[in-house]
Write a protein that binds this ligand. Structure first.
Ligand code: FES
Length: 154
């Protein structure tokens, strides 16, 4: 079964009284998103309506309803990064990959998201690809960075 681990998480949650939010956090952490099949399993096992689950999932922006691409790109839009051109960095990333913030490329290689602060403001503007942090970004630099992750510019 593809979501065997989710089944165990749901069973454990049921024993703890069926509190939903920590369960969704665990599932999101395990799979990188909330698979619809797992949400349906929660409805049948714990008695929540599917609409309740989607309301929670869309209210908290830590949850994703679609799988991420192979590489996860975060572009900081916190104050320090924003005043140093973070918006232009985001636009250059979107332009190179041909997607908007929050989207995944059609080949499922890259997902782009903006974040509020990465805790390294002295390096502003900052972007992160997976676990790699790139500081003092310039708009043209992303074209070279993305090649390291197997993508040629458009
Ligand atoms: S505002 Fe971008 S790292 Fe803090």
């Amino acid at each position: 079964m593809a979501f065997e681990k989710a089944g165990a998480m749901i069973a454990a949650c049921k024993q703890r009284g069926g509190i939903l939010l920590p369960l969704l956090e665990d599932i999101n952490a395990e799979y990188g998103y909330l698979p619809e099949e797992v949400l349906r399993l929660i409805t049948s096992e714990l008695g929540y309506a599917l609409s309740q689950l989607y309301s929670l999932a869309t209210f908290y922006n830590l949850f994703r309803l679609e799988p991420r691409g192979r590489h996860f790109i975060q572009v900081c839009q916190g104050t320090a990064c924003y005043v140093r051109g973070g918006q232009r960095i985001l636009e250059s990333v979107e332009g190179v990959l041909g997607v908007k913030e929050g989207e995944t490329t059609s080949d499922r290689q890259f997902t782009v998201e903006s974040v509020r602060c990465m805790g390294c403001c002295s390096l502003a503007p900052v972007l992160r690809v997976d676990e790699d942090t790139y500081g003092r970004m310039r708009t043209g630099r992303f074209r070279d960075i993305v090649k390291k992750y197997g993508r040629n510019e458009r």
